[in-house]
Write a protein that binds this ligand. Structure first.
Ligand code: C2E
Ligand code: CA
Ligand code: CA
Length: 587
């Protein structure tokens, strides 16, 4: 009839209506054989319940096979009618074939007339056809309702159960645990690591294909142990409804990750996908649906932001994530109320001590915590979508200050740090161009500092972006040089004018010969490639002198000055800069 839930109840109604209207003892639907040759008869029992009979006797269908409704009256002489009645085991019958009853895929049969009327006649045939048609309409509605119900609980792309479906499943599993019918339950939330890249580079079509493949692999990997659902985007969940065996749960989680490790063919490429999995167990971690899912979610985020792979929920995660959330909302407010400000740290030529520029370093003055260092909140901004605003603030404040200093006769360059995310932000180039114009600062007074690792995070995109920025006339600098790939060949291909030797090498200069050799090599390399070399983190006179002797172009560090509020810079320069002649050298 129809696989839709509720169809059984509807069929019982149709059959009992037919039985009552036609005053007969039996009403049934005979379905044609399925692909295995099994025929099904669903008959209404005396109690009003449906009786289902399955058989492999394909001849059964012959008794009801017809194109138009059949009237098989009691005592008929027609040999074909007699054989049909014999086959059905009825004294008399009316049959409406599937073709005449839109919606029912079997033949509707009533038989064994009751009471005063001796047997069926033409009017009874019409009556049964009407019943069949009603049933067809009702069934289509019911199917529609069933389909809607199915759609409401399933994901259209992968056909997997959706979040609502999962929630119901978890609730049922938790009820079993609470009632002692199951020893425990586990929920895992799984998030793909590189989905966004696939979607962005290969397109949504390939992204969809990947999700379908992932759904199929997860379903196969979980097997009978549990059920897989898709929560949306690239997030999937697995419910293991009756387990208290942590080892088993971990084994399933590892099997999931393993199943995704095989590369997926997409658009002629073999794409590898990783996944992060968070696990929460009931009753240990939570006994309510929302709390259990939330715990698995936190564990997944933790897995994602640290080592990846599989992570079990830990109550400490809750505190961390609450702290992070407050931090996000406080940072959002701070970016708007002006408590995120820019400090500057001078850079000087080591031989003369002349300050030629500054680096802009962002600071957050938090009402309770005081000055929060950028290493504590820039990553928060990166993860919460606030980085664009942050970078805009710093660029705007830096160029405004630069213009202001120029107006008072101080021609200083300013360097602004860019994060990995900024290098992937397609609006950055236009924004930089617009701000240079607005503040009327020559492009070569602005240096943008990027790290090697942020370039390597997405070299294709980052290199394109660097070329566009360079096209504006902006200077580019490789920050923290020496800590990343430090590939000289690569450096030559990047449109950069400066390298900043990482602080860790500079502060070690006084101690080890190795570091002296590295720093000397970088300075020589810079000269060879025509790049300016900046040493940052210069904390004492000895280091300063060593760098001077090596021919390092610029130095920056506490020995010269710490970062200071922008408005203090002119005053600081007036006190600390040696008086100068017209050639810029100390007099
Ligand atoms: P960075 O670009 O390597 O910045 C240099 C860091 O070294 C600064 O820390 C600076 O205060 C510190 N420093 C300067 N001289 C010395 C010294 O002689 N000794 C020692 N021990 N440290 C010194 P800060 O300001 O905490 O910045 C940390 C990092 O935060 C920066 O590292 C940079 O990567 C990031 N950052 C700072 N401002 C911004 C910004 O506006 N946007 C972005 N995206 N990142 C920023
Ligand atoms: Ca920097
Ligand atoms: Ca640095």
């Amino acid at each position: 009839m129809s696989a839709a839930p509720g169809a059984g109840g509807l069929l019982a109604n149709v059959l009992s209506e037919a039985r009552d209207l036609l005053s007969c003892e039996h009403a049934m639907v005979v379905f044609p054989p399925d692909q295995d040759g099994v025929t099904t008869t669903v008959a209404l029992g005396p109690d009003g319940e449906l009786r289902r009979h399955e058989g492999t006797d394909v001849r059964a269908i012959d008794h009801v096979a017809c194109d138009a409704p059949l009237l098989l009256p009691r005592g008929t002489r027609d040999p074909e009618a007699r054989s049909r009645l014999a086959g059905l085991g009825l004294r008399d019958a009316v049959v409406v074939p599937p073709s005449a009853s839109a919606g029912i895929s079997g033949a509707l049969v009533v038989g064994d007339r009751l009471g005063d009327v001796r047997t069926f006649n033409r009017d009874d045939v019409l009556l049964l056809e009407t019943v069949a048609n009603h049933a067809g309409v009702a069934l289509r509605n019911d199917e529609l309702i069933g389909r809607l119900r199915h759609d409401a609980l399933h994901d259209a792309l992968t056909g997997l159960p959706n979040r609502t479906h999962l929630q119901r499943g978890v609730t049922a599993a938790l009820a079993d645990v609470a009632a002692g019918r199951a020893p425990g339950a586990a929920v895992m939330i799984l998030d793909l690591d590189e989905f966004k890249e696939v979607n962005d580079t290969l397109g949504h079509h390939q992204g969809d294909a990947l999700l379908i493949e992932v759904g199929a692999r997860l379903t196969a990997a979980v097997g009978r142990a549990g059920s897989v659902s898709r929560l949306g985007g690239d997030e999937f969940a697995v419910l293991l409804p009756a387990t208290a065996d942590e080892d088993h749960v971990f084994a399933v989680a590892r099997a999931l990750v393993q199943a995704l490790r095989q590369p997926v063919p997409l658009d002629g490429l073999w794409v590898e996908i990783g996944a992060s999995v968070g696990i929460a167990l009931a009753p240990e971690h939570a006994t309510e649906t929302a709390a259990l899912l939330k715990s698995a979610d936190l564990a997944m985020y933790d897995a994602k932001s640290s080592t990846g792979g599989v992570r079990l929920y830990d109550p400490d995660l809750h505190a961390t994530s609450t702290r992070r959330l407050t931090l996000v909302s406080e940072l959002r407010a701070a970016l708007h109320d002006g408590s995120v400000v820019v400090h500057v740290q001078p850079k000087a030529e080591p031989a003369s001590g002349r300050v030629v520029g500054v680096e802009a370093l962002v600071r957050w003055e938090h009402p309770e915590r005081g000055w929060v260092p950028p290493d504590d909140f820039v990553p928060v901004a990166e993860r919460s979508g606030l980085l664009g605003v942050l970078t805009s603030r710093v660029l705007d404040a830096s160029l405004r200050a630069c213009a202001h200093w120029r107006a008072s006769g101080l021609d200083l360059g300013i360097a602004v740090n860019l994060s990995t995310r900024s290098l992937q932000d397609p609006t950055l180039v236009d924004e930089v161009a617009e701000l240079l114009l607005r503040h009327d600062v020559p492009a070569d007074r602005l240096t943008l500092e990027v790290t090697e690792s942020s370039v390597m995070a997405d070299p294709g995109r980052a290199v394109g972006m660097l070329h566009q920025l360079r096209g504006l006339g902006v200077r580019l600098s490789i920050d923290d040089f020496g800590t990343g790939y430090s590939s000289l060949a690569y450096l030559q291909r990047l449109p950069v004018q400066e390298v900043k030797i990482d602080r860790s090498f500079i502060s070690a200069l006084g101690r080890g010969a190795d570091d002296v050799a590295i720093v000397r090599a970088i300075v020589d390399l810079g000269r060879h490639l025509g790049l300016d070399v900046v040493a940052e983190g210069v904390e004492d006179q000895a280091t300063w002198e060593l760098l001077t002797s090596m021919g390092c172009h610029l130095v920056q560090g506490w020995h010269l000055a710490r970062a200071m509020p922008m408005q203090e810079l002119p005053g600081w320069l007036a006190v600390h800069q040696p008086a100068r002649g017209h050639d810029g050298l100390p007099v």
